[in-house]
Design a protein around this ligand. Structure first.
Ligand code: BEZ
Length: 210
């Protein structure tokens, strides 16, 4: 099992996809990456997830995020299955899906959980920033489809945090108040957030940014 932690460099690889060979770091370039694995082509939950990702193409592009899928099936399977995804989910899937047939990437990223399957990946998510750093990981079992509103929400939260040096509270969505981290003193906060802030406790201060 790999232990890729938040802050680690996302390992590079070169693997075929239905859009051609993907050298990960070259392909990612200056973009963020939503890298996600699924167990198998021609399966129902995976079909809905691929469709949802394709439907959200503009939302990902707006955030400078490239989606990248992975399963341990072949390029030929991906090509045939994508026809079904497009047909059943009413979309046009354009992002690459890696064909990790030798499980090289799935193993490096800890996507194979042997008590679920020794050959198929679970539903892993890695949000990777333009410096190739892993910024968020999530793992779902095979029988639970992911919530793509949450995936966009965490990308928004990470990008807002980078831009303003803030944190986001529970249930935050874009437009909500954000938190000033305890590492920022009140003196610094006054300079950094001239719009002002509410001090509920010395460690709990809210402000608004956009
Ligand atoms: C699915 O995509 O529906 C699925 C795939 C593997 C195991 C369970 C569900």
């Amino acid at each position: 099992m790999s232990s890729l932690l938040i802050g680690s460099t996302a390992p590079n690889f070169s693997v075929p996809s239905q859009t051609g060979e993907i050298n990960f770091h070259d392909w990612a370039g200056d973009s963020w990456v939503f890298f996600f694995s699924h167990p198998a082509d021609f399966t129902p939950v995976c079909t809905t997830e691929m469709g949802r990702t394709a439907q959200l193409a503009e939302e990902f592009a707006k955030r400078n995020v490239k989606p990248l899928g992975l399963s341990t099936d072949s390029v030929e399977d991906h090509v045939k299955w994508i026809e079904d995804v497009n047909d059943t989910q009413k979309t046009t899937l354009k992002f690459p899906i890696l064909a990790d047939t030798d499980h090289k990437v799935a193993k490096a990223y800890g996507m194979i959980h042997p008590s679920e399957s020794t050959t198929a990946a679970v539903r892993s998510v890695f949000i990777i920033d333009p410096d190739n750093k892993i910024r968020l990981t999530m793992t779902y079992p095979m029988n639970v489809g992911r919530n793509f509103d949450e995936i966009l929400r965490v990308i928004d939260a990470l990008q807002l945090a980078d831009k303003h040096g803030v944190a986001t509270p529970a249930q935050w969505t874009p437009g909500d108040r954000v938190i000033i981290p305890p590492s920022v003193t009140n003196e610094q906060a006054k300079e950094k957030f001239p719009q002002g802030f509410d001090e509920i406790r010395p460690y709990l201060r809210y402000t608004s940014v956009s």
